[in-house]
Design a binder for this molecule. Structure first.
Ligand code: GLU
Length: 322
């Protein structure tokens, strides 16, 4: 009896130890994303999926975390809380050059890996609010983005374009994008800003309710583009949101790019693995979200302002991209 117990104990122990021993060298990396109804969250999932197929080869496993967005992700990567983060190209530029949230403090450890889908500054308003231009936002309740989000900076630039100030010109709300669609439908806000790829769950949700809504066009952006190198004109295809009351096929606005960033503290092997798996399997990767349809290996090296991580450079040289 005792012998049997000892034997089964040994067996149980062996079973417990075996996976532990083989997993001992696996490195876990976490990718910071955004709200679950955005495009960053599924993007983190798509990147993880590519590299996790080769988990054994690389001895690494990637996981995803939902976060407050670009600014949060950059700071978390810099202080070592996350290994990777998705961040808007304008936020990458500002962090590296010590501007906006990083005013006077250039972030020397920030490294670029590659850029991903285009994101557009999306202002979505209820028809009832009467907001059809930036200037119409005067005295209205506008969700301009949570601290930590990328869009908070873009909303501020858009407000400035209309000569409005977030303290006096509008009633600013700082709720997360994931809560903004229901706030619009519940008439708690008149409009919200979201800098995001299309299509996405948040704008779909905002257009799917009882309240009629539309995307506000922001066509006059020349002065903004002249002032900031990271902005470009952009168009939102309205076919993605058939319930919105827009009359045209495309809504004009301005945009940036989503990018993958990391820190100089992260090893070349890890960054190489992620870069190689996404680039070598780009066609499979592109099938994971419609916002990736425009991606090419070449344009994924554009829009980066932090120094490239050496692990990524190693792959780009091997692949003849550099
Ligand atoms: N661009 C947003 C941000 O930086 C996130 C968009 C998304 O989650 O897709 O906060």
């Amino acid at each position: 009896m005792k012998k049997a117990l000892l034997l089964s104990l040994c067996l149980a122990l062996a079973l417990l130890m075996a996976p532990a021993a083989s997993m001992a060298r696996i490195q876990f990396v976490t990718i910071g994303t955004g709200g679950v109804t955005g495009v960053y969250y599924p993007t983190g999932g798509a990147i993880s999926r590519m590299v996790n197929k080769k988990a054994k080869t690389y001895n690494m496993k990637a996981t995803v975390e939902s976060t407050g967005g670009s600014v949060f992700n950059i700071n978390a990567v810099l202080n070592g809380d996350l290994e990777f983060g998705i961040a808007q190209s304008d936020r990458q530029f500002q962090a590296v050059n010590g501007m906006k949230e990083w005013d006077g403090k250039p972030q020397k450890k920030l490294r670029a890996v590659f850029s991903i889908h285009p994101e557009s500054i999306t202002l979505i308003a209820s028809d009832e609010s009467g907001i059809y231009s930036l200037a119409d936002m005067k005295d209205k309740r506008i969700a301009i983005g949570n601290p930590g989000s990328g869009q908070l900076g873009n909303s501020r630039d858009a407000l400035a374009l209309a000569g409005l100030d977030e303290k006096t010109g509008i009633k600013a709300e700082y709720i997360k994008a994931v809560e903004a669609a229901s706030a619009l439908q519940d008439e708690r806000v008149d409009a919200f800003f979201y800098t995001v790829g299309h299509p996405n769950g948040s704008i779909k949700e905002a257009t799917a309710g009882r309240i009629k809504v539309h995307i506000v066009e922001i066509p006059d952006v020349q002065s903004l583009i002249a002032k900031y190198p990271y902005y470009a004109k952009a168009l939102i295809p309205m076919k993605f949101y058939p319930n919105a009351t827009n009359k045209t096929d495309m809504a004009a606005t301005f945009g940036v790019k989503a990018t993958l960033v990391t820190s100089s503290d992260i090893s070349d092997d890890i960054v190489y693995a992620i870069t190689k798996e996404v680039f070598d399997n780009l066609e499979a990767f592109k099938k994971l979200h419609p916002a990736y349809s425009v991606l090419t290996k070449e344009n994924m090296l554009e829009g980066l302002s932090a120094p490239l991580h050496p692990g990524a450079v190693k792959y780009y040289k091997e692949a003849g991209l550099m």
